[in-house]
Ligand binder design. Sequence first.
Ligand SMILES: [Zn+2]
Length: 323
Amino acid sequence: MILYSVNNFFKGHRMNWNKYPTLEIINEYLNFLTKNYPSICKQEVIGRTFENNTITMMKVSNGNPSNKAIILNAGSHAREWIAITSALVILREIVTNYDEQPSYMKDKDWYIIPLLNPDGFMYTQKTNRLWRKNRRRSKICYGVDINRNFNVSWYVKGISQTSECKNTYIGPHPFSEKESIALRDTVLKLKGRLNAVLDLHSYGQIVLHPWSGKSEPTDHKSIHNATAAGISRALYQHKKSKYKYGHTYHVIYPATGSALDWVYANGVVHSYVIEGPDKGYHGFLMPPEQIERTGMEMLAAVKYLADVLKDRETGEEKRSSWF
Ligand SMILES: [Zn+2]
């Protein structure tokens, strides 16, 4: 025990990549990076939750004024722990190996939100491992599904869940939740230089593009298809994991009010979700031995995306008349 504490003291944080972290340890790790890599890391609180936890975002940047921005979001669904740790592994790799990164990684402003839903996450650690929503107190039940609370196809009869006790409850109105507001405002603040938004989830091994709430194809169908296919290919080339890809509505199921659709409808063409491993054997309960491997796999996807976008302008081209 003493040795363990001393070790942590020298390390500066208690993050252990073979074990799922608590909220406290995640925050400790973010503080560690901010303190030890001050020239590239800057922390920002982008929201405060129902239970008064902070939603923290890490900006990683070399300060190059021509950099485009990429948002990497995770943990809107509380039980998807492997998505949260994947965002942390990606953050660790970019920051602690910064000098070795290719220019398409360095000449970007990274905005990494490893845990959008800290209240729900804490609940999964203490009470119910399979909790999905946040912890808003409604009349009878708790929680809104943050990823059903965005203002695009927010309510579609027959698809959207309006009962507050259900797992995919859409909330009393669009953007009723602090977490969806935090992501929305971050996207809006970066508008004009935002290249892509990647939202990490689990599970199923699928790369998803808009729309999730509409069956018709997007105006950028071929770009979406080619990029999602490229991400899937990069994932396969990394360690031979097979990822399907496609139009969310058809390739998994219709999902209304998603961040994926809202981001795209608001001018960021490159809006994707990756449903990480596995295909259902462990499901949401990915063993902690998979943290490192999955994180590195997701990094391969992120690197592909950053590389393919390196010469492009923001995704806002041809979108001025939209919405
Ligand atoms: Zn999810």
